[in-house]
Write a protein of this length. Structure first.
Length: 270
């Protein structure tokens, strides 16, 4: 469903601030797969999601979504295939509009944006049902401004907006990182439920080792713009937090070695 082939991206090339964010990343993700992406700060995990979303153009490589070559498509054009939730609970929504109006906008992604017909009685009934499914008691508050809600409530609604039209691909960029632990747990459980219910293909970047082992059917670890681990199936299900911490420690140790020794150490885990 998603084909990422040898993509490369360097920012500020040829300057003292040069950053080689992606260095030949190749991934093939099947339809319906839920892939969790982890890595240290600066490993390239969020840059990978931005590359798929079309936030910038690649230096090299290609990206296909659902059999369509989108490598040269701008971000707004890829939005017909992609739903996205950002780290900041205040991104992706119009804070002064009501919950219902925000959902109406989401329901007309890629179409004209008038709200009159979008808020008809049939659509409103569907909104009530969908919001009720979040389990947050917001179904009676559809006319409240979305900006008046807590971060967890708003992030859950942003997730609902991103999946309203059942996108080909759902991108989740540390979407619980800014929430308190209780809200983060609630939102990630809602996320998992929606992905399973709708059979969505999803990529979730997270810093949470507990989330990484609990959710998804595949785990990808990145370091210095490369994929260094790719675990799925029974191997993924057998992972525990200590396994991931040990692998991060191996990467840290490898970075302290000379290049040839580091390459040998990393090769043990690829």
């Amino acid at each position: 469903m998603l084909e990422i082939n040898r993509i490369r991206k360097t920012f500020n090339a040829g300057t003292a601030n040069e950053v080689r964010s992606l260095q030949g990343v190749t991934l093939s993700i099947d339809e319906g797969s839920f892939v969790v992406v982890i890595g240290t700060n600066g490993s390239g995990k969020s840059t990978l999601l931005n590359a798929v979303a079309g936030t910038f153009y690649l230096d090299e490589g290609s990206i296909d979504i659902a059999g369509t070559a989108v490598t040269r498509w701008p971000e707004h054009q890829r939005a017909r295939y992609i739903g996205r939730v950002f780290q900041n609970p205040f991104s992706g929504t119009a804070p002064t509009l009501s919950i219902a109006e925000n959902l109406a906008l989401a329901s007309r992604r890629g179409q004209s944006r008038g709200l009159g017909l979008a808020l008809g009685s049939g659509t409103r009934a569907r909104m009530i049902e969908a919001v009720q499914g979040l389990g947050m008691g917001l179904e009676s508050r559809l006319d409240n401004a979305i900006g008046s809600l807590s971060g967890g409530q708003r992030q859950a609604l942003t997730l609902l907006m991103a999946t309203w039209l059942k996108p080909k691909l759902l991108l989740l960029d540390e979407h619980t990182a800014a929430l308190d632990p209780r809200s983060a747990d609630q939102v990630v459980r809602i996320t998992d439920r929606i992905i399973a219910r709708d059979g969505l293909t999803a990529m979730m970047v997270t810093h949470s080792m507990q989330q990484a082992i609990t959710y998804g059917d595949r785990l990808v670890m990145m370091h210095r713009g490369e994929v260094i681990h790719d675990v799925s199936g029974p191997d993924k299900r057998r992972l525990c937090v200590n396994d991931l911490l040990a692998r991060f420690e191996e990467v840290r140790r490898a970075d302290l070695l000379d290049p040839s020794a580091a390459a040998l150490l990393r090769a043990r885990y690829i």
